[in-house]
Design a protein around this ligand. Sequence first.
Ligand code: ZN
Length: 381
Amino acid sequence: MKKQIAFLFFMLPAISWGQNYIKPEQLDKTRFENQDFYEVKDYTQKTSKKQIVKNVIFLIGDGMGTSQVYAGLLSNKGESYLKSMPVSGYSKTNSSDDLITDSAAGATAFSIGEKTYNGAIGVDKNEVPKKTILEMAEEKGLGTGLIATCAITHATPASFIAHQQNRGMQEEIAADFLKTDIDLFIGGGRKYFNQRTDGRDLLIELEAKGYNVITSMDSLKFAKKGNIAALIEEEHPQPAALGRDDMLQNASEFAIKKLKKNKNGFFLMIEGSQIDWGGHDNNVPYIVTEMLDFDRTLGEVLKFAASDGETLVVVTADHETGGFSVNGGSLETGVVEGKFTTGGHTGVMVPVFAYGPQAELFSGVMENTDIFYKFKEVLGW
Ligand SMILES: [Zn+2]
């Protein structure tokens, strides 16, 4: 990401606005020319007859439709880790009350296996809390982790651990983290833990529960034994091209290293949160740089999965954002040109990619809720 100086320059005036969605007025948001190519290594897995799934690593590209996947591929001159995944399928994303889902209903479909209403966090369509796949993993003695490039209390990660009627209840969502024994979480959203209307300081409460409370990526390496609560920003981490750098890759590498020590296996969810925000802003450079970051993170995950042999890796999206299409570009130079049909989400199916033991289960067209049941099946629950 260091070579994207021109992009950085254009984006800088937007940071001080404190917006979720970057609005760089001077930037040509319809075109991106990559300058920072990476090699896609071959992590083809040797086939194992046993097909045992000990670990599940679930990567969610928020707002990542097929055009977003292709834009990442195109900008890296036709190579990506997503492309190297041996199994692919499609997920239907509608929620219980709308053809167009939001991230809360989308992630809750994965986490509890039920379609629910837009805005729901870990509750069914009647607002009844349902046990999530992460909570089940915790109960079965697996290691558990959540990583996001947004506030950890934001809709997608929240839906795996919290149970609230509405995604806006971020202080309540933060308090739900204390009700679990999750081994590790890394993201932003510190203010929902320590600047609360009820006066509680959840950072102190986490420490009392034995967590290493970490407030920057740099200090992660000094963490002692025990659980990790890494809240590296007050609100959201920066976009990848504006100083977040390799946070997602480093956090994922750290998490795998820690969680793989659990002899029962682990469940880890990793979200590329800001692909969605690039879509909302109809911003091709934002989408592509987030896709490249997400794909490199997948490379770290596949490196581990290839050597481990008992790790299932599944990548999908909660929905597509922007009605994005690729209208031009070059596989020789890594240029991407795109157009959009909306500033919101769309109802199209999104891709599913899988790698590792029992990956074939994730081929074909499925409901988003099926992913929950497939995880349970491969884990033998
Ligand atoms: Zn969105």
